[in-house]
Design a protein. Sequence first.
Length: 183
Amino acid sequence: MTQPTHALIVPALHSGVDDHWYPDLRKRLAAQGFTDVRTSAPPSGEPELADWLASVDEVGDGLGENSVVFGHSLGAVAALAYLSARTDLSRIGRFIGVAGFAVPLPRLPTTKAFVEAVDAGRIRTLVADRQVLLAEDDYAVAPELTEQAAADIDATVHRFTRAGHFLAQDGWDRAGLIADLAG
């Protein structure tokens, strides 16, 4: 992978661009030499795939071999669905998923469209390096669902015993390892 300079961050459901660890990640990436860091603004309300893909597409130009794509929870699935649909892309440097999932969440039936839009084979071919963070005590996405998502895209898994759902309320207001994995 060439030196990454471009980043795309896709936040979790019900999260804003300035919530949790996202602002710290932007600062750390700038300090690492990233010159173009963009964060999509997730739509509010019941998650609909078309709305999320449109939101990501608003900031998704410029992706390529020097890009790192970050996604958190439903944002990770939306990011993978977006990359799966972008037939104009030939190579992405790295994907870092935090608490994503590969099967629909029972409490959110509309997530079925998101997971069905992910082409794991395309992701394995398109994205040079794939990293996934999971917490064994995740209360929003069962760890085995994140583990399955990681296996589907052949990602390296980084396990945490106590990280909850990687939200500020769980102590995740700093990007730490997430930013370190980018470079």
